[in-house]
Write a protein that binds this ligand. Structure first.
Ligand code: SF4
Length: 366
């Protein structure tokens, strides 16, 4: 006889069929059971704590043309920008003074020497002015081993490179067919990051046109087989100026993408209890309480946006992105309150490294 949902939720090493079954639960009490299991495992492992990462959207210039992305190179509607060094340093200073412990620098993908050295200079500059008290994550796409090494040596410790979907066919469907957009190259870049000693993060979109629950189960298994340290994943959200908008009619309703997004977080927490999981902005886009609900499903990382307000509207990967005009100081105060209200505590002044990474590299026992 097959196991009940309750029995399955006590396991931590699900097979694909079991994951599909748990992703197929009905909205209502069954979904709640899965989400509560995610929270239970979170409470037992990383604990009821939340780490903050100050997000700096450094530039919306990108050489690539992913079909799902609002800032793709070929979108003429985007007003392009790159923050000045001073703007980046001000955001870093804010994060440091507020005790965030960690920063994420994100931008479109550019591969040239000027960009590479610009990033290295910023890394060194931030570390110098914040006395090496901020841990920095980069999210700057596929780069060469040399570039990853240079940035690591300049002080980056973590890197987020989303695979977007582990279904090769679907990956090819949502990207142009050319050398610059290649599934194997993305996989190789993840391997390089690991080799260069980064805490490695990846993630997927949930509810892409044509995506199935079996694909999402494979995504969860991929995180495990790749021994990933951190995951940022969220519901796919439409944008009017992208090629993939032609397939909007195929999408699951947005509430369903949101619900499955929460189930994915909970199931990932069950299967990888020690990793860092972000409550993504995409969750908050679909539900005003999305961030809190993500945390209550097992996420333990939140990324307040520290990009200067005038630039945020120009970094629209998808439509209806929230908090475009909130002052960082005000949003940080309200965030603290909101996190406390759901019974969690923000851990200030610590790097908040992935415990999974610390364990796999022998920095802590277990
Ligand atoms: S998803 Fe990233 S690499 Fe692709 S077009 Fe958007 S910013 Fe560029």
């Amino acid at each position: 006889m097959s196991e009940s949902i309750d029995e399955l939720l006590l396991k931590s090493n699900h097979k694909k069929e079991e994951l599909i079954r748990l992703l197929s639960v009905e909205p209502g009490p069954e979904t709640e059971k899965v989400l509560q299991a995610g929270l239970r495992v979170k409470a037992e492992h990383p604990g009821r704590i939340v780490y903050l990462r100050g997000l700096i959207e450094l530039s919306n210039r990108c050489a690539r043309n992913c079909y799902y992305c609002g800032i793709r190179a070929a979108n003429p509607m985007v007003e392009r920008y790159t923050l000045s060094d001073e703007e980046v340093y001000q955001a870093a200073d804010f994060a440091w003074k507020e005790g965030f412990g960690s920063l994420v620098i994100q931008a479109g993908e550019l591969k040239n020497k000027t960009f590479t050295h610009h990033i290295a200079r910023l890394l060194k500059g931030i570390h110098q002015r914040t006395h090496n008290e901020l841990t920095i994550t980069l999210s700057l796409g596929e780069q060469s081993a040399e570039t990853y090494r240079l940035w690591r040596e300049a002080g980056a410790e973590r890197y987020l490179l989303r695979i977007e979907t582990t279904n090769r066919q679907l990956f090819e469907h949502i990207h142009p067919h050319n050398k610059a957009h290649n599934f194997d190259a993305r996989m190789h870049a993840l391997t390089l990051l690991r080799q260069e000693g980064y805490q490695v993060g990846t993630g997927v979109m949930i509810g892409l046109p044509g995506q199935t629950l079996a694909d999402l189960a494979d995504d969860l298994l991929f995180f495990k087989t790749q021994d990933i340290d951190m995951v940022g994943m969220g519901p796919y959200i439409e944008h009017p100026d992208i090629p993939l908008s032609a397939e909007d009619a195929l999408l699951w309703p947005s509430q369903e993408r949101f619900r499955i997004g929460l189930l994915m977080i909970a199931l990932l927490r069950l299967n990888m209890p020690w990793i860092n999981i972000a409550a993504s902005t995409a969750l908050e886009t679909l539900d005003p309480l999305g961030r809190q609900k993500g945390i209550l499903a097992g996420a333990n990382v939140v990324m307040p946006n520290l990009t200067p307000v005038p630039n945020r509207k120009k970094y629209l990967l998808y439509d209806n992105k929230p908090n475009l005009d909130k002052d960082p100081a005000l949003s940080t105060t309200s965030l603290n309150q909101v996190i406390q209200e759901i019974g969690e505590t923000i851990s200030y002044h610590i790097a908040g490294s992935s415990m999974h990474y610390l364990r796999r590299t022998g920095q802590i026992e277990g």
